[in-house]
Design a binder for this molecule. Sequence first.
Ligand code: TRP
Length: 358
Amino acid sequence: MADVDVAPTPRPGADPSSGTAPSSGPASPQKTIVVSGIQPSGTLHLGNYFGAIRQHIALHTRHEAYYFIVNYHALTTVRDRDALERYTLDVALDYLALGFDPNAATLFVQSDVPEVTELAWIFYTLTPVAQLEKGVSYKDKIAQGLSPNAGLFNYPILQAADILIYGGTLVPVGADQKQHIEITRDTAQRFNQTYASPDDPIFPMPEPYILDDVAVVPGIDGRKMSKSYGNTIGIFDEGKTLKKKVMSIVTDSTPLEAPKDPERCNVFALIKLFASEERREEIAAKYRAGGYGYGHAKKELYEMISDFFAEARERRRELARHPDDVRDILREGGRRAREQAAPYMERARRAVGLITTY
Ligand code: TRP
């Protein structure tokens, strides 16, 4: 794991540091280039926020960063054109509302840099099928008795291209992406070994950046919060919707008067993510003392979530009124990303012997 620290749970978008415009062109080897892809697969939830988004936001003003909405990847599962368009723009709104500063870093749509699929093709030709057969999401599909499409099979290699085409060196992701980053590293090494001289590699070796302590955010049924379990609380849920979800978090049947163990409670696990250390201790003490019910804890949690995302919610409403501005931001991001990708792509094409005659 890379040695970078992220401040604990700042409010989204709080205290935005003044941005510096990212420079273009290939990076010098020691410069940190942060890259990460975001799935446009529907409403982002608290698991996404504490698993990845928070790190994305924390890192994007400290280094040169490229974040992209992975609509090519989404095509492996989404079959609805309108939904894909909507989800893509929604993720942009979400990130901007949560504090992404487009003057400090680059946010764009993956398919605005179509060269990434070209690089993926070059990588396919170097990748043993046996390695992709070990892919976890691919194996999952097989285990479920589904027949995965070739896009899903090749998904990790497109992800490798995503990272390497910008010279990415640091990849903030959730713990479930470990394998994909390893495949990316193997791919970089294979490419460099085959086509570059050892003292002048074409692609730098990326490092994953995974925060272990927030690996699991429980959903309302107590299992890991995940869209596929239908147990999520949305980042932008509010009012009645939010209250209903929080109130339905599964707890045991310890009576109100009895002392409770906070560490065995799903509500407390979520409270921990939002509360200051002091507040956390206060609430834990109330659990242990008895006379404090799960209903009390839920009410507390509801208020914490409402409050934590209040400004982001307001910003999102404002941004949603100006969809053209959001498109402009993405367009400019795509332009910068293409500029960053160009020299890597150029070197890669030349290295493998693809001549250009146009
Ligand atoms: N596979 C990642 C996920 O499901 C999304 C992704 C695509 C990605 N390309 C990437 C993440 C490049 C990091 C870097 O979350």
